[in-house]
Design a protein around this ligand. Structure first.
Ligand code: UDX
Length: 445
């Protein structure tokens, strides 16, 4: 099949490349000419393991190309995929201006029957607006469909080529049949539904996963008070098939380009229909507050943060990405700086992106773990990079001025900490706190 993919962000680029890997002819389009030049020159604007090689392979096979010319791309395709961004506006609502602009340009470019598929995350009812705009600008027949994307950064290719399910929201047989044929090499688990339900499935899925994270983070906070271990609790809960083990890792809260944006947007969508989505509002609030546990723990050990040097390992919102959008590290480091601390930060690949948005005279970006930790009053681990796991607590202690480690991602096991003199705080594992004076209160029944 011949595809034009509009937008070369995470969703557009990875989907386009994976569709070409399946043997389709794909033209990826972006308005930003520097991105297209990079892609044509063999460079990739985002960090995603395996993507560069897959792009090179499919370009070589002649199935994949990049252009700024949307009209030409649309005219040479049977299926047009909209994968432009839907960033949050200040009130949390999704900004649909890129979507509407793309719909207008697609309408103007049509030269015959095509199927227009939306992969961007859009509020319920948006595909119908897309249809209206295209119809306004085109004399040719077309059909629309909603096929939401569930890929995760860092495992985007694997997620796209081996998805748990494909959701196709479509109204006519021709669209259903064509899109089943396009996606059937990926999985047998294809669900056909109506367009509005497909749009809602994406928001509901992200909101549910975010809810699991905030839930386990609150359980972790209670574990710290009652003397239980949240990793054991999550493990025990996960054996129940109805609950499952995934997305029950306690930490410093979720970040990234999807969960924060989509949870806010769903609260707005509900609000516009006069529905107060209380549960999701609490999920967002819990997530925001969880970040500051790092600061509270630092203050419990150091009392005053002013004049202290705090090392931070991990700036990306999760490992295997250089994405810092809504990364908990942004607010945590800003808070440390506002309290008068000096911060020495290190991330294997996200420092450049981070320094583009956060510069401060008391914030130093370091070249390696040791440089960041050396002579610091405490070390905070904010992202669970494997590189950090390999460094022993004893080595960390030898680098630090004061032996304080705040582990926001529960990187170290009890075994690894045995014998260390580090004062160690993790998340929801009070029994492993080492050197902390207060005892957890014992509850009487
Ligand atoms: C997410 C969804 O998983 C994906 O389906 C959707 O298409 C886009 O949003 P992504 O943002 O790439 O993907 O990352 P994900 O691996 O889901 O993690 C999101 C955040 O949740 C990260 O900050 C991560 O650290 C946090 N998280 C995840 C936890 O704190 N605990 C967990 O158990 C899982």
């Amino acid at each position: 099949m011949k595809l034009a993919v509009i937008g070369t962000g995470y969703v557009g680029l990875v989907s386009g490349v994976c569709f070409s890997e399946l043997g389709n002819d794909v033209i990826c389009v972006d308005k930003i000419s520097s991105k297209i030049s990079m892609l044509n020159g063999g460079e990739v604007p985002i960090y995603e393991p395996g993507l560069k090689q897959l792009i090179a392979h499919n370009k070589e096979e002649g199935r994949l190309s990049f252009t700024t010319d949307l009209t030409e791309a649309v005219r040479n395709s049977d299926i047009v995929v909209i994968a432009v961004g839907t960033p949050s506006m200040s009130n949390g609502q999704a900004n649909l201006s890129y979507i509407m602009e793309a719909a207008k340009e697609i309408g103007q470019a049509l030269n015959g029957f095509k199927i227009i598929v939306t992969k961007s995350t859009v509020p319920v009812g948006t595909n119908e607006k897309i249809r209206d705009i295209i119809a306004e600008h085109s004399m040719y027949p077309f059909e629309i469909a909603s096929v939401p994307e569930f890929l995760r950064e860092g495992t985007a290719i694997e997620d796209t080529l081996h998805p748990d399910r494909i959701i196709i929201g479509a109204a006519t047989e021709i669209v259903k049949e064509t899109l089943i044929e396009l996606h059937s090499p990926l999985t047998n688990n294809i669900m056909i539904t109506d367009i509005r339900s497909a749009e809602m499935i994406k928001y509901a899925s992200n909101a549910f996963l975010a809810t699991k994270i905030s839930f386990i983070n609150e359980i972790a906070n209670i574990c710290e008070k009652v003397g239980a271990d949240v990793t054991q609790v999550a493990r025990g809960m996960g054996y129940d098939k109805r609950i499952g083990h995934s997305f029950l890792k306690a930490g410093i809260g979720y970040g990234g380009s999807c969960f924060p944006k989509d949870t806010q947007a769903l609260v707005q969508i509900a609000g516009q229909m006069d529905y107060d989505f209380k549960l999701l509002k609490s999920v967002i609030e819990v997530n925001h507050d969880q970040r500051f546990n790092i600061i509270r723990k630092l203050e419990a050990i150091l009392k005053e943060l002013s004049g202290r040097t705090i090392a931070v390992w991990g700036l990306a919102f999760k490992p295997e990405t250089d994405d810092i959008r809504d990364a908990p590290a942004l607010e945590i480091i800003s808070s440390l700086l506002s309290k008068g601390a000096r911060v020495k930060a290190y991330d294997p690949i996200a420092s450049k992106n981070f320094s583009n948005v956060l510069q401060h005279e008391c914030l130093e970006y370091c070249n390696n773990v040791r440089e960041a930790a050396e002579n610091a009053d405490a070390l905070c681990i904010l992202t669970e990079w494997n590189e950090f796991r390999e460094i022993s607590p004893d080595l960390i202690q030898s680098w630090l001025k004061l032996p304080n480690l705040i582990d926001g991602r529960n990187l170290y096991s009890e075994e690894e900490l045995k014998g260390t003199q580090l004062i160690y705080y993790s998340v929801g594992r009070p029994n492993m706190n080492n050197g902390i004076k207060e005892q957890s209160p014992i509850l009487s029944i």
